[in-house]
Each structure stands twice: as C-alpha cells, then as structure tokens.
Design a binder for this molecule. Structure first.
Ligand SMILES: *Cc1c(COP(=O)(O)O)cnc(C)c1O
Ligand SMILES: [Zn+2]
Length: 428
C-alpha cells in the first residue's frame, strides 16, 4: 500500500485502511482505529544518534509520531526524568526500581500533555478552529493550556465532582468549561454526540487515534533513559487503558526499528478498587470489561467503561503481567510514602501506581532484582484535597528565639505533632 505520509489510520480488527481523517471507529466493523506506520521507510531514517541530536522533549521522537508534514512544535512537552528510587526500593527490598516522573511534564504537570500535543497538531492540519474533550481532569487542563498557546478555542466537558484545582486549572486558560451532572462515561457519550453535530476536534473522540500515539513517548523515553534497554517490568495506572497499550506499542516499535535488543517486558496495570473494571477482568481471567460505577478519590482514573479496556487486558495477559487495585486509604498512604522516600508529590493516580507496585512485590509477581519502572503520571498539587486533615494545623509562634526554644522543649509532643500523629495543638 502507499502512504501519503508515513502513517495512516487502520482498523485494529479488520485491518482496513482509512487514510488520515478525524475518525476513531471503523465504519465496517465498529472496532477502534489505530495509526499504523511504514516501518521500512522509517528504519532508514532512524538511529540512536539522530534521536540523541534531537531536542530534550518528546519531539526527539517526531519521526515515530503521526505529525503533519513540516509540523513545528510550540511546547517542549515530555522527556521527563527517569529516576532511580533507592529509598523507596529499600522499603520493599527492591534493588532496581525506577520512577518515570511525569508529575513534572510540561505544560500542565501530567502525561496528558504528550497526547494533547499530538492531537492538536492534527487538529490544525484538519482545519479545526475549536478543540474539545471529555476529561477526568488532567486532559481538561492540558487541552485548555495547549489550546491557548496554539490559538484554538476550547470546550471542556467534565463530570461534576472534579477536584477544585483541576477546575481552576482549566478555567484559567480561558476554556469554556461544561460541568455535567453525571459520571465520566456519561460525559464521554455526550461528547460523541456533540462531535457528530459540530465541526470540533475532540482530542479523545474523533482525534483519539492520533492522541493515543502521544503516549508512546513515555515508552520511548524509558528505553532511551535506561541506556537503550527495555525494563523487565512496567507498572502503569489505567483509566481508559490507552497508556499501557501504547507503552507496549513503543517497545515493539523500538525492537522493529533495531533501536533496542528484543526482550520480554511484563506489563502491570494499576487501578483504584473503587473503579477497577480492568484489574477485575484480569484477576477473573475475562477478556472483556464488565463496566462499573466509579467511587474513588482517584478521579483521574475513574472511567467505569474504559474504551481500550479489552486491549489493555490483552497486553497485560500476553506479557505475563498482572493487574492490581488499591483502596482509597492505601492510595493516600502511598502518596505519602513516595513523597517521604523520594521527594516526589504525586496525585491520586500516582498513589494507585505505588500502592499496586507494593502489592505486586509482596506477591512475588515482581522480583526484587528485576528492572522495574513505575509510571508516575500526575502531580500532587492538583489533588491536595485528599490530604486535608492528615496533618495537624500548626499554631504560629512569635518570632523570638526564646519562643522557638520553648517550642522545642515541648519535645516529643510537638515533634509528633509535626508528623501529624497528634491531633491537638500544643499551647506555647
Ligand atoms: C488519564 C490518566 C491516566 C490513564 O490514562 P489512560 O490512557 O486513559 O489509561 C493515568 N494517570 C493520570 C494522572 C491520568 O490523568
Ligand atoms: Zn474494521
């Protein structure tokens, strides 16, 4: 077949090609479309050296993304740190533990900045002047911010119960925010209907195949930052189930292009128990999703009927991995554990990842000496509400040395207090 670009949309099930257009479902068989590439053409154009000479952002992998010809990026999204986690690893007896820290992704502090960057590149090429999304929070922030920088109008649809920081962090960019009295799954269904009526680029509806490709850059970066090696295991939080399947696609492409040695990687999915349709299916050995009604503080992962659930189950199963889920209190404990051991403040989704990883080590599904990467996908400053009441309020003391010394003499009590273990405040 011939490509006008190096890529085109192809049906994931029947394989029919659909060219490049704002479309996410195959009209013949109703399966999702995915971007496929001409790897033979790419192999010649791609080497580790060329990548290393690229910018310190996700755009160093532009040749492996569905970008319009001559696309000129306007933001340095991605290329976040891969950190060795020795102190967290010590707690679990794990010697080769790493954190992929997208809590500091540019511009809005979550991995969604990667997917939006690719979707908006195509939105411009398709001639949209308005972009939109249905969101559990982080996508809202990222679409609003990048629409502002790219000069699009934006319409953002969210479930009514999102965290205040994610609402303000959308409105500040001048986006039209529409709160819907319903779950994410209802918001998403509504957006599909709106997309049929209006000429808007919905990043996760009619632009979804392009959007999803942006997630591959997490996988490319992990491999490059490990010195062009694949890890033994990755632990990935799952909402719609797209990120985990795209990290897998990234590793497969790197092998296909001879950039890394072929090697099996186990994929582990992480969910909150209060919304765990994918992990429940993996644990029961089902290949299809049984939709759930979400009830969890991990709102960014609260998708009860995940669009890529079936493919996430497949990716996990075929790799020999597993899926776990953790309760809301475990999520909060895990946020604190990561902050206190590694100095990274993650949001609830990161708490889910850390909490599930802990379980997977305990179950010996992940072994201590294996190279294991946890994907930290969002920033804790957006979900501070889950920590309210965790730390006692400190009374202000007068700015006098004697007062400070008296405060210190209160000793154990006040030290305990600063650790949040004593509820009452000490009079000084
Ligand atoms: C959206 C999101 C995810 C999950 O992404 P999917 O590709 O929908 O599975 C994980 N973490 C955070 C912080 C997110 O916002
Ligand atoms: Zn099809």
């Amino acid at each position: 077949m011939t490509f006008t670009t190096n890529y085109e949309l192809r049906c994931r099930d029947c394989g029919k090609g659909w060219g490049n257009q704002p479309k996410s479902i195959c009209e013949d068989c109703f399966s999702p479309l995915e971007v496929s590439y001409d790897y033979d053409a790419l192999r010649a154009a791609f080497s580790r050296d060329k990548i290393a000479q690229g910018p310190p952002s996700m755009w160093r992998y532009s040749a492996l993304l569905p970008l319009p010809p001559d696309y000129n990026p306007v933001l340095p999204a991605g290329f976040t740190p891969l950190l060795r986690a020795s102190r967290l690893g010590n707690q679990w007896g794990a010697s080769h533990l790493f954190l992929k820290n997208d809590a500091v992704c540019v511009p809005t502090l979550s991995f969604k900045d990667r997917v939006v960057a690719v979707a908006l590149a195509q939105a411009r090429a398709f001639g949209f002047d308005t972009v939109a999304c249905s969101s559990t929070g982080n996508l809202a922030n990222s679409v609003a911010a990048q629409a502002a920088r790219n000069g699009f109008k934006s319409w953002i649809f969210i479930p009514g119960d999102l965290e205040p920081a994610k609402i303000i962090g959308t409105q500040v960019f001048g986006a039209k925010l529409v709160r819907i009295a319903g779950s994410y799954d209802q918001v998403n269904r509504l957006c599909s209907q709106i997309a049929d009526e209006r000429h808007w680029g919905f990043v996760n509806v009619n632009l979804r195949p392009y959007y999803a490709e942006g997630s591959k850059t997490v996988g490319f970066e992990i491999a490059e930052q490990l010195g062009w090696r694949l890890p033994d295991n990755v632990v990935v939080p799952m909402a719609g189930g797209s990120l985990i399947t795209k990290i897998k696609k990234a590793f497969t492409e790197l092998i296909e292009l001879n950039l890394v040695e072929p090697k099996p990687v186990k994929f582990f999915g992480a969910q909150a128990t209060g919304c765990s349709p994918i992990s429940a299916a993996v644990k029961c050995g089902n290949s299809e999703i049984d939709p759930q009604k979400p009830s969890t503080i991990a709102r960014s992962l609260a998708i009860g009927n995940p669009a890529d659930g079936h493919y996430a189950i497949q990716a996990i199963g075929k790799s020999g991995g597993w899926a776990e889920d953790v309760s809301d209190p475990e999520i909060v404990d895990s946020i604190q554990l990561l902050a206190q051991t590694e100095g990274i403040f993650t949001e609830t989704a990161g708490g889910v990842t850390v909490g599930c990883a802990r379980k997977l080590y305990r179950q010996d599904r992940i072994l201590p000496e294996e190279t294991t990467v946890l994907c930290i996908t969002g920033n804790g400053l957006k979900t501070t509400d889950v920590l309210f009441g965790k730390y006692a309020e400190e009374n202000a003391i007068p700015p006098k040395l004697a007062e400070f010394n008296r405060y210190m003499e209160a000793g154990e009590d006040s030290l305990a207090q600063t650790r949040g273990e004593v509820a009452e405040t000490v009079e000084v």
